[in-house]
Design a binder for this molecule. Structure first.
Ligand SMILES: [Zn+2]
Length: 185
């Protein structure tokens, strides 16, 4: 009803705009399941089933879970960019492992691999802003370290990757926060 997009039968939320689908949109679901109970509560509470003060968000059936949210079409450009940034960290990790640990025999190089891949996982799976910022700090440190070591700056790929990760983890969080407050994407 909100954006005009057709959704699958039985869907609770619009895949396009995130709006809660009303019972009339969802009549195929029937009256005697849990959806009718939550719809009653939905109407009674003027659209919001429950307000979580500690989290400052609305919870319950009036909002998508983060899993459902991640599947929405308008979120995909953000999650795709985060996935690309994460994959770059995995590639950097693999190259770093081969070059520093296997070829050069530097056992401490494993630490670099763990840091980069670990932050990449945090960016991809948790969409973590903290991991993105930490990757930014690490890549700057790496740049300075390479400059001291070789006399010229290095590690550009990881810096670009960190900038991407910072931009898109913050975008993701902003969209999620807005959705929590308005129920719209
Ligand atoms: Zn919609």
């Amino acid at each position: 009803m909100s954006c005009g997009r057709a959704n699958e039968q039985g869907a609770q939320f619009c895949k396009s705009c995130g709006a809660k689908l009303s019972q009339s949109d969802n009549s195929q679901q029937g009256m005697n399941n849990s959806a009718s109970d939550s719809d009653a509560a939905f109407k009674q509470n003027n659209g919001y089933q429950q307000y979580d003060i500690s989290e400052n968000v609305y919870v319950g059936t009036t909002r998508m879970t983060k899993k459902e949210f991640d599947k929405c079409e308008s979120i995909k450009p953000i999650t795709k960019n985060l996935m690309v940034a994460a994959i770059i960290t995995y590639v950097i990790g693999i190259i770093s492992f081969v070059v520093n640990v296997i070829v050069a025999g530097n056992i401490f190089g494993i630490l670099d691999v763990v840091i980069v891949v670990g932050l990449g996982l945090g960016i991809q799976l948790a969409k973590s802003r903290a991991c993105a910022v930490a990757l930014g700090a690490y890549s700057l440190f790496n740049l300075i370290f390479m400059m001291i070591l070789t006399g010229r700056p290095g590690g550009w790929l990881i810096i670009i990757c960190a900038v991407y990760a910072i931009i898109y983890t913050f975008k993701y969080q902003k969209t999620w926060n807005k959705y929590q407050q308005t129920g719209q994407l």
